[in-house]
Design a protein around this ligand. Structure first.
Ligand SMILES: Cc1cc2nc3c(=O)[nH]c(=O)nc-3n(C[C@H](O)[C@H](O)[C@H](O)COP(=O)(O)OP(=O)(O)OC[C@H]3O[C@@H](n4cnc5c(N)ncnc54)[C@H](O)[C@@H]3O)c2cc1C
Length: 554
């Protein structure tokens, strides 16, 4: 490997770091896995990525272990932004936000959402698919994972926002990928080059299995499992959109170098109805009542998160600003005091939007009066400002667990289950039974309106006894999720943790179609080979992190 990296240095313009310290630093993402790369690369520009991909393609036969894992902020929870060969950090040089207009954002993939948010806010627009990790993730990672967030209730995941991508494919060339009409598709397929072959083969694969592929899409509002073959080709509209396949492909089909996405208008006013549930058993019926009122977003978190949020609220001091922090902390502590020592089992945040604050308050009050039958504590946070502490705790929930619970690791493996909300009254008790059976003290937060739950057990993940719980738990959860036509991942994708279960979820034939898709794009498997269809359970288990460490993601 030493020789090959020396050869790479002669053509690669960006930095290549092989120090132990850096390799170790990049050996984790937010998943339960660890893998030390041979080298961390910081490509200068698209030309550098083209040279790198070409070099790896040419060298793969001689060095089969050589591969490329694209990485942005490394907040992936499925083990898809770590690798054992060349880890390519996109945040150093692909960090230019080109433009934001009333309809579109044009950016390089390594731009952090915390740099995009203020610019879109100023323009009165937003991306409706930004994850709860918006303080720490990038836009390239969102495309990589087909991420979703609180606004996905209305807008769906990132795939719905992608307009045009530039991608370096396995032949080492950069291509523009965008929706094509039938005529444009025919021209592409007639090309005698790698790109022409790619379009031809994917078109043939989808056409030959059209109905099966369309039916394979999990029947939920959001899904990021598998390859999005069902969204690429529509016989009725005649649109062939390969961006759908790249979105959510976790760096397994190519390296994204440029992104254009749609934006949507941001409502001028918003506010929350906060519901404090003493008993999680009520959740199913409450979700139904809330959803009938068509809220803009519907999120929630449990008592463990709530407690941590209150106890460590000073962590958010910087984020909210000192003066405001004092005000909001007092306010939040005030609301907790109302429980006279009884922390609620669950906190639900129902958000409404409007053109005026009065409109927002009217919507909130209407729901509040409907909810009176449930005999809950409820509180109105009638403006965006007042809502902020709750959003801060919700979005920081996993980081709080990681930083503040020292002897256990917040371990994502059943972290993204999604079923249609109408099934929740039946689904949740059965799920709780499995969690109890395997003694998994789990925290729950999530996008409740989508039926999308982030269940994160606190585990001594380095202990074999704890690790032994993973497989049987998955084996019990999968049939339960399938019984309700759901998915194991609404937004966190497959990676190393769910990749091995793709055949169990989609059936062997659709899984083979996913494999063929990978082979068409990446015949030598040079891109992120240990995730999605390339994942194997034993291999993943061999790479479980060896400590319960609390190191921060890069
Ligand atoms: C506290 C916390 C909360 C979270 N909440 C949510 C949530 O609400 N919703 C959600 O969807 N996710 C959530 N996540 C998961 C994660 O933050 C998101 O998926 C995020 O969009 C990943 O962005 P990133 O920049 O960290 O990407 P990375 O982790 O670096 O990469 C993600 C994937 O994209 C690929 N990739 C990155 N850049 C490129 C590129 N240029 N070309 C090709 N492939 C690329 C990587 O190979 C990897 O497979 C959360 C994570 C944490 C830690």
């Amino acid at each position: 490997m030493h020789t090959i990296i020396s050869s790479l240095r002669t053509i690669f313009e960006g930095e290549i770091n092989t120090t132990e310290q850096t390799r170790k630093k990049y050996s984790h993402d937010a998943s339960i896995y660890e893998m030390v790369p041979e080298a961390v690369l910081f490509p200068k520009d698209a030309m550098d990525i083209k040279k790198l991909v070409h070099f790896v393609s040419q060298s793969k036969a001689e060095y089969p272990a050589l591969s490329i894992t694209p990485r942005s902020a490394g907040t992936d929870m499925s083990g898809a932004s770590i690798g054992n060969s060349l880890l390519v950090d996109m945040t150093r040089h692909f960090s230019t936000l080109h433009s934001v207009s009333r309809t579109e954002i044009h950016t390089q993939p390594g731009v952090f959402m915390h740099d995009i948010d203020p610019v879109t806010n100023e323009k009165g627009v937003m991306l409706g698919c930004v994850p709860a990790s918006r303080a720490i993730n990038t836009i390239g990672g969102m495309v990589g994972n087909n991420s979703g967030g609180e606004q996905s209730l209305r807008y769906g995941n990132t795939e719905n926002f992608v307009k045009e991508l530039k991608v370096v494919f396995a032949d080492g060339k950069e291509y523009t990928v965008k929706p094509l009409n039938k005529r444009e598709l025919e021209i592409k397929m007639a090309q005698g080059d790698f790109e022409g072959e790619l379009y031809r083969k994917i078109y043939d694969l989808i056409e030959a299995n059209y109905d099966e592929i369309k039916n394979a899409r999990p029947k939920v509002n959001k899904n990021s499992m598998g390859y999005n073959l069902w969204s690429v080709w529509d016989r009725h509209t005649g649109i062939f959109d390969m961006t759908r396949l790249i979105t959510g492909s976790q760096g397994t089909l190519g390296v994204i170098t440029d992104i254009k996405m749609h934006v949507v208008p941001k409502a001028p006013h918003s506010g929350l109805l906060v519901l404090y549930l003493p008993d999680i058993k009520q959740l199913g019926s409450i979700i139904k009542t809330v959803m009938d009122h068509q809220p803009a977003t519907f999120e929630g978190f449990d008592d463990i998160t709530f407690n941590l949020g209150i106890k460590h609220f000073n962590l958010f001091q910087k984020q909210l600003g000192m003066k405001e922090w004092l005000k909001t902390q007092a306010h939040l502590l005030g609301s907790v005091a109302k429980f006279k020592g009884h922390i609620p089992n669950m906190v639900l945040m129902v958000e409404f939007e409007g053109d005026t604050q009065q409109e927002v308050l009217a919507k909130i009050n209407e729901l509040k009066s409907q909810m009176s039958g449930f005999k809950l504590k409820m509180e109105i946070e009638g403006s965006e400002e007042e809502s902020k502490p709750f959003w801060t705790i919700r979005r920081a929930s996993l980081m709080l667990l990681r930083q503040k619970v020292h002897d256990k690791y917040a371990s994502p493996f059943m972290d993204d289950l999604t079923v249609q909300p109408k099934y929740l009254p039946e689904f949740l008790p059965q799920l709780r039974k499995i969690i109890r059976k395997y003694k998994l003290p789990a925290t729950i937060a999530g996008h409740y309106g989508d039926g999308n739950f982030h269940i994160i057990p606190l585990m001594g993940i380095s202990s074999p006894a704890e690790q032994a719980k993973l497989e049987p738990t998955m084996r019990e959860i999968i049939p339960l999720v399938l019984k309700y036509n759901g998915t194991l991942a609404g937004e966190h994708n497959d990676g190393m943790v769910r990749g091995p279960w793709l055949p169990a979820v989609f059936g062997d034939h659709v899984y083979q179609l996913f494999r063929q898709t990978k082979d068409i794009f990446d015949p030598q498997h040079i891109f992120n080979p240990h995730v999605k269809t390339g994942a194997a359970w034993d291999y993943s288990m061999d790479h479980i992190r060896t400590n319960n460490g609390q190191e921060l993601i890069k």
